[in-house]
Design a protein around this ligand. Structure first.
Ligand SMILES: Nc1nc2c(c(=O)[nH]1)N[C@H]1C(S)=C(S)[C@@H](COP(=O)(O)OP(=O)(O)OC[C@H]3O[C@@H](n4cnc5c(N)ncnc54)[C@H](O)[C@@H]3O)O[C@H]1N2
Ligand code: MOO
Length: 394
């Protein structure tokens, strides 16, 4: 029996089979969910000049006691008003440039007006710079606005636009074929007889890839025979990643590895020291990176979280492509582990993290109730309730 590969090594070997996908210039409205391919420096200062954060009156701080004579109006989008002289104020609105000489804004709720004479009614008198957004207080021209490998979230896109960008250099997203195999599989919603099972993993894994791929191609419910499996895999050779589900283990009908070899694919590793997810296999078929996930739903989910999603993020250009671990206190005592790292389906809340009693990787009821995978390193001792453990949010 081949040795079980530690997970971290498997993750590194998997990405070393892959390359970052080509870079293209993308209109900003189409860049959501991609990864930035270069550092981008701000083209402008933000704000570009001192501006008001409130509707009110712009004043010179030295005149803070008032009253003031109102000599003009400054609104967002207007050229700057003429400079204020001693004892003068200008009506100002949020987002408007401050007139020359002004350095403070008094909110309109804090004054009373009598014609063009404006007096303070609220105490205390304003502090210098109150309600003013200073030039460059958000960022300055030349500052790095977003760094290479950043995930382009809605907020990151907004930041890029305000920094002066209308298009961005970003990596392509990988095209992924999701191939499920098993004579027992029936399509979602169809009646499953007792020897059959609805093909739940296909929908689940495709959903995990939502937004991360260029194309997710479903090649579902391929029969357990070499010719059918080879034909399906062959038809997916144009995809960047081919992920198979089921048939990854050692049974007589587990044909994924033999089918890859028949097609000329090369296997890199087969079997990882983790539970669930031991029978995971990886390799290459032409230019495609191949990842074979086990069929048990819990195993398919855990191995997709720990291997497939990092691979997809890596190819798409992510700086940080591995899952993030957080820590919490276990509410129960956890038994020692053996030679495989464990990822226990668990619930985390403000009290701590609680692993479910049943960890059968075939149970979707347990997986669907979980919001975390509690990580137990291989060969660890019993962990007493109250001890700190690491987990991945799901
Ligand atoms: N002698 C051994 N037997 C097994 C080993 C082993 O090391 N030695 N490993 C076990 C482990 S661990 C796992 S996990 C399973 C995974 O095996 P396969 O990847 O070959 O999966 P299948 O046998 O095809 O299916 C397992 C289970 O999952 C159901 N399944 C499969 N595909 C889907 C799908 N698309 N949607 C829903 N459910 C699916 C399938 O019907 C089976 O019930 O092997 C152990 N055996
Ligand atoms: O480790 Mo399998 O992946 O038990 O379910």
């Amino acid at each position: 029996m081949s040795a079980l590969l530690p997970l971290e090594e498997a993750q590194q070997r998997l990405v070393s089979l892959a390359t970052r996908l080509p870079i293209e210039t993308v209109p900003i409205a189409q860049a959501l969910g991609r990864y930035l391919a270069a550092d981008i420096a701000a083209h402008r200062n933000q704000p570009a000049a001192d501006m008001s954060a409130m509707d009110g009156y712009a004043i010179r701080f030295e005149d803070r006691a008032g009253p003031w004579t109102c000599v003009g109006e400054c609104k967002a989008g207007s050229e700057p008003c003429p400079p204020l002289k001693s004892g003068q104020t200008a009506r100002i609105f949020t987002g408007a440039l401050l007139p020359g000489g002004a350095d403070t804004v008094v909110m309109q709720e804090n004054v009373e007006t009598d014609g063009n004479v404006i007096s303070l009614i609220a105490e205390p008198s304003p502090e210098q710079g109150r309600h003013v957004r200073r030039i460059g207080s958000d960022f300055c021209r030349g500052d790095i606005a977003l760094s290479k490998g950043t995930w382009l979230s809605p907020a990151a896109l907004g930041h890029a636009v305000i920094a002066g960008y209308g298009e961005l250099p970003a990596h392509q997203k990988p095209n992924v074929a999701v191939v499920s195999t098993g004579d027992e599989l029936v399509e979602p919603g169809a009646r499953a007889r007792s020897h059959q099972i609805p093909a739940s993993n296909d929908v689940m894994v495709s959903a995990m890839l939502a937004g991360l791929t260029g194309e997710t191609r479903a090649l579902s419910r391929i029969a357990d025979n070499m010719d059918a499996l080879c034909a399906a895999l062959d038809s997916a050779r144009d995809c960047d990643i081919i992920v198979t589900i089921g048939g990854a283990s050692v049974g007589d009908h587990d044909l994924v590895a033999p089918a890859f070899e028949r097609l000329g694919g090369t296997i890199d590793f087969h079997k990882i020291a983790m539970k669930p997810g031991k029978p995971v296999m990886s390799g290459k078929l032409g230019n495609s990176v191949v990842l074979a996930l086990p069929g048990n739903p819990g195993s398919a989910f855990v191995s997709a979280t720990l291997l497939l999603l990092p691979l997809v993020r890596y190819m798409a250009g992510a700086a940080e492509y591995l899952p993030k671990y957080r820590s919490a206190q276990t509410t129960t005592t956890l038994p020692p582990t053996q030679n495989r790292a464990q990822f226990l389906r668990a619930q985390v809340d403000s009290v701590g993290i609680t692993a479910f009693d049943s960890q059968d990787s075939a149970k979707l009821s347990v997986l669907a109730a979980a919001n975390a995978l509690l990580y137990r390193p291989a060969n660890s001792d019993e962990e007493l309730a109250g001890g700190t453990v690491h987990y991945i949010s799901i």
